[in-house]
Write a protein of this length. Structure first.
Length: 624
């Protein structure tokens, strides 16, 4: 078949048909993709190319961020429905458009600046906060970047930052806008108000049997029970099996003698360091010669040392620091080289290496030996438990045979009751709950595998299905609910009547007096509430819903029914506070920047190589 097609393609009729097909395909614009974009190019923005490696790296990073929010990695179909490929392309296209503009302006970054950016990047910091080459290599490896790619990306990012800062760094918030925002945020008010409670209304009549029955029928879902399953559970793991072991004293003593060298707590030192300028180096060297304490020198220089903690030498990744610190006597200091110049290293406390006694190490050794025995036996015990389960032996007998703990719980769909199993973690709990609610009473259930080489078996003893409860079962709850509902309705009615009296021009003091309460005068508050929290944001928003002398009613966040009347309005003067104004100006810059970048990207033009894009996505899908 293929040979026939090849022969036809070489003939004149085949060549003519091929020409027509090529013209037809070109009519759909695919010719531009084939001629202008390479097979490794996912898209092009102007003269800047986005290759598949860049796209895959950015796509995987975005997928990881989404996974952190959702709690699971999206499938390929979910990623498309969330628009992740499109978002990644748009982001890369924006960067490419800015890169092209930065290049046209001749922007660049010096090696010194790149080196500075590298040292200041917290991603590459070691234990002591300094740049760690090992951390740098590890992060690059995890990110799939070479050093050349990293520095290229950093250079482009710095160039984009130069471009943005030069264009938008001086963007200011107009004074009028600052004043209006300040008025909105800082205007203050005072008001008279009173609270209507159940003591200010006539107590509702006690509900009759018929009313309770009708209320229960109408609100049955609120009083319906949930399905509950009673289970017995048995967990087997190296840790649970180790608890059944008793280690002889002579075995513990022998293990102590064999391993006591490894039980030694290494020497540890409490270390501080402080970075010094040239003048301070001279002062510290002179102080060191004169025997001046480190604390005195630091205080005199007005410096604040950095506490590095109490560390063993093996825990310090900075070799120069470790060598200096562990060569000093207690209270001594040394001046050594650092990333940003000279630094003084001080040791305030020396904790000597110490070998524990047998009594001190007994529990640790016993647990270690028991766990070692359990690990050797757990597979054999697992086989025996499975054989007993296959023979329909109850869990009570199996637990007694192996001296294991048996747990019982009435489990609901949420699974919180499974907390009775001490070693069951939050990851395993949903799977165990799901298995329990899939089980059938009277049927053998397989073991559920848990984290840490553990297994859990359960017997389903009883199923209590969800059901409607009778009035006799929930009489007190129904009575309380109906009485509360009637009380709240009466309070709301009194609240509405009080507002109508204020509408008619009656003084708030007279309205309050008729209800047996006294009005209170609030402290000054903004629309976000008062500083002492006596006026919450909900109440404050209601008070700000009108002008001077505005009145009304509101239910506060705590459920209080409040009637109020505004008594004073204090307009805020001037512009926003400096920090708030700077924050808003930054928001303005972000908005302008977003519009600018979108315009630059649109002007440069984005062309996508759909074939290369789909191939890249298929690689990721295959990896998943």
């Amino acid at each position: 078949m293929l040979d026939s097609l090849r022969g036809f393609a070489k003939s004149w009729p085949g060549k003519v048909m091929g020409a027509f097909l090529l013209v037809g395909v070109a009519g759909f614009g695919i010719n531009n993709v084939i001629t202008d974009l390479g097979t490794n190019t996912v898209a092009r923005v102007g003269n800047e190319e986005i290759n598949s490696r860049q796209f895959l790296r950015a796509y995987q990073s975005q997928m990881n961020q989404v996974a952190q929010r959702l709690g699971s990695v999206p499938t390929a179909q979910e990623a498309v429905s969330l628009g992740i490929p499109s978002m990644v392309l748009q982001s890369l296209a924006q960067d490419a458009a800015l890169d092209q503009m930065a290049s046209s302006f001749g922007l660049g970054v010096s090696e010194q600046k790149l080196s500075e950016m590298l040292r200041e990047d917290p991603s590459f910091a070691g234990t002591l906060g300094n740049f760690d080459p090992a951390a740098f290599s590890q992060v690059l490896q995890m990110s799939g970047l070479t050093e050349a790619e990293y520095f290229s990306d950093q250079a482009k990012a710095a160039e984009r930052q130069q471009l943005v800062l030069s264009l938008f760094g001086d963007t200011k918030l107009p004074a009028t806008a600052s004043s209006l925002v300040n008025r909105y945020a800082a205007d203050q008010r005072t008001m008279d108000y009173f609270v209507i409670g159940d003591t200010n209304i006539e107590t509702p009549a006690a509900p009759t049997e018929e009313e309770l029955a009708a209320y229960l029928t109408e609100h049955q879902t609120e009083f319906r029970t949930v399905e509950t399953r009673t289970v017995q559970m048995l967990e087997l793991s190296p840790a649970t099996l180790a608890k059944t072991k008793t280690i002889a004293d002579d075995t513990i003593a022998a293990e102590y003698e064999r391993t006591k060298a490894s039980l030694v707590t290494p020497e540890r030192r409490t270390i501080q360091q402080v970075v010094l300028n040239a003048e301070q180096v001279t002062a510290f060297e002179a102080g060191q010669t004169a025997g001046t304490p480190f604390e005195t020198l630091v205080t005199t220089a007005g410096l604040t040392p950095t506490d590095l903690g109490t560390l063993a030498q093996a825990n310090i990744t900075d070799t120069a620091l470790a060598t200096a610190a562990f060569g000093l006597p207690q209270g001594g200091f040394a001046i050594i080289d650092g990333v940003a110049g000279k630094r003084a290293v001080h040791v305030s406390v020396v904790e000597a290496a110490r070998e524990p006694t047998l009594a001190e190490a007994r529990d640790q050794i016993s647990q270690t030996l028991a766990l070692a025995e359990a690990r050797n036996e757990v597979a054999d015990v697992l086989d025996q438990v499975e054989e007993l389960r296959a023979a329909f032996q109850p869990l009570t007998d199996i637990a007694a045979r192996f001296n294991l703990d048996l747990y019982e719980a009435n489990v609901t769909a949420g699974g919180s009751e499974l907390s009775v199993v001490p070693d069951l973690n939050d990851t395993d709990r949903p799977r165990v709950t799901q298995a329990i609610f899939k089980a059938e009473q009277g049927k053998l259930t397989p073991a559920t595998q848990l984290a840490g080489n553990a297994n859990l078996w359960f017997d389903l003893l009883k199923i209590e299905p969800a059901r409607d409860q009778t009035l006799d079962e929930v009489r007190d709850q129904v009575t309380t609910a109906l009485t509360t509902e009637r009380t709240n309705a009466a309070i709301a009615e009194a609240q509405e009547a009080a507002v109508k009296r204020l509408d008619a021009g009656e003084a708030i003091a007279d309205v309050a007096a008729s209800l047996g309460v006294f009005p209170q005068l609030s402290t000054q508050f903004t629309r976000f509430g008062s500083q002492d929290q006596t006026i919450d944001q909900t109440v404050a928003s209601a008070a700000f819903a009108g002008g001077e002398s505005h009145h009304g009613s509101v239910v506060s966040n705590s459920g209080e029914h409040i009637v109020f009347q505004v008594t004073g309005v204090t307009p805020a003067e001037g512009n926003l506070a400096e920090q708030a104004n700077a924050s808003l100006e930054n928001e303005v810059r972000i908005g302008i920047y977003g519009d600018f970048v979108a315009a630059v990207r649109d002007e440069a033009g984005l062309r996508v190589n759909q074939q290369a894009l789909e191939q890249s996505l298929s690689l990721l899908t295959g990896a998943q």
